[in-house]
Design a binder for this molecule. Structure first.
Ligand code: ATP
Length: 368
């Protein structure tokens, strides 16, 4: 179960800084995801760990050994890509046996490893099938089996589930995590899918523009993002501007642009400061206008609606100016119509209050 340590890793391509001073320790037996928008440097970081890309600066330490200049073949790593890179003219057995053969293992050991990998990935009945006889999830299993059969204890997954449809993907996420944990592997999994990252990882490493923005367990990042970008990237948040109008021992009152007041738990930001409140769509509930005036009820008008099966998703234009999203469990048909004047109850116990950024909100909400 190897530990992976990146020490001050950077990668420059001419004018592009793909990875910028990344420091990171992935513990033995840990399953981490590298999460971030397209182009943030996830794949480059993974390739540097694999030895497929040379860093411009910094060190890669695997299991206490400096492997920064070691060739990929000497790193003992299993790699699974989105595009399976299965050999098309070889059957499943030969594809899965490729890694152990390349390592020069004897026939008995190869046979043992291949059967184990095929059993783990539920492919034992497909050994004689060729890739064109397999469906997408089966091909992906072959990719995983091939990586497992190498015997490597460190697995790198690069958007490995990206080609699967959502239902199959959800099953595979669960299985992949089980395989990693049962075989006591260390796994680093690149994805741009926040739901996948939350479902699969012990810890998520959020990257943006080549840098790590925050590292934490999924619930930690979800409930206590340290940054507007993270609050926006994980889950579905609303961002509402205001000014701190009063600070007490238990929290603060924030005046929105229409004069309505939200009471929050935030205590550190001083009175008079401009702030932005990040509040998740599922923490809001819509009521008819009669509730106006009650604590944390904010007025607005319904301007959009979508049915999501288990949820009603409303768009509400607040009198304060923002257009926000509200998601309610669909226990019954929708109670509100477009153009209805309503109030939105905001459960601020899990809201996060940020200082208003000096460069405005837009650069922090941009998914680049
Ligand atoms: P995606 O999810 O789209 O794959 P990513 O987060 O994995 O994105 P990288 O592929 O690591 O991002 O790319 C980071 C930045 O480095 C991007 O701006 C990309 O264009 C650039 N880049 C990556 N590889 C090269 C290369 N070989 N030559 C030049 N620029 C590169």
């Amino acid at each position: 179960m190897p530990e992976v340590k990146l020490s001050n890793i950077s990668k420059h391509y001419d004018k592009v800084i793909a990875v910028d001073s990344v420091n990171l320790t992935v513990r033995n037996g840990e399953y981490v995801t590298l999460l971030g928008p397209s182009g943030c440097g996830k794949t480059t970081t993974l390739r540097i760990i694999a030895g497929l890309t040379q860093p411009t600066e910094g060190e890669v330490i695997i299991d206490g050994k400096d492997v920064t200049f070691a060739p990929a073949g000497n790193r003992d790593i299993g790699f699974v890509f989105q595009h399976f890179e299965i050999f098309p003219f070889w059957d499943v057995w030969d594809n899965v046996g490729y890694g152990p053969k390349l390592r020069g293992l004897d026939e008995i050991e190869i046979e043992k490893r291949v059967w184990e990998a095929l059993d783990t990935t539920k492919l034992a009945d497909k050994v004689e099938n060729f890739p064109d006889e397999l469906n997408t999830p089966e091909l992906q299993r072959v990719g995983v089996a091939r990586a497992l059969a190498t015997g490597a204890k460190l697995m790198l997954f690069d958007e490995a589930l990206g080609a699967l449809d959502p239902k199959v993907k959800a099953i595979f996420q669960h299985e992949l995590r089980k395989i990693v944990k049962k075989n006591k592997l260390t796994a680093i999994h690149v994805t741009h899918d926040q739901l996948e990252a939350m479902a699969i990882a012990d810890r998520i490493i959020v990257m943006r523009k080549g840098r790590i923005v925050q590292i934490g367990e999924p619930t930690e990042l979800y409930y206590t993002p340290n940054d507007i970008f993270v609050a926006n990237f994980l889950g579905e948040s609303n961002f509402i501007e205001g000014v701190v109008s009063n600070v007490t021992e238990i929290g603060s009152e924030i005046r929105l642009r229409d004069g309505s007041i939200l009471r929050t738990n935030e205590k550190a930001i001083k009175r008079g400061k401009r702030v932005v409140i990040s509040i998740r769509q599922e923490l809001l509930k819509i009521y008819s206008i009669e509730r106006l005036g009650a604590l944390n009820f904010i007025p607005g008008k319904i301007i959009g609606y979508r049915f999501l099966g288990d949820r009603h998703s409303y768009e509400v234009k607040l009198d304060a100016g923002e257009t926000i999203g509200v998601k309610e469990f669909a226990r019954a048909p929708p109670s509100f119509n477009i153009e209805d004047i309503v109030t939105v109850r905001m459960d601020t116990s899990l809201a996060v209050v940020f200082r208003y950024p000096s460069d405005g909100l837009a650069p922090h909400l941009s998914l680049e």
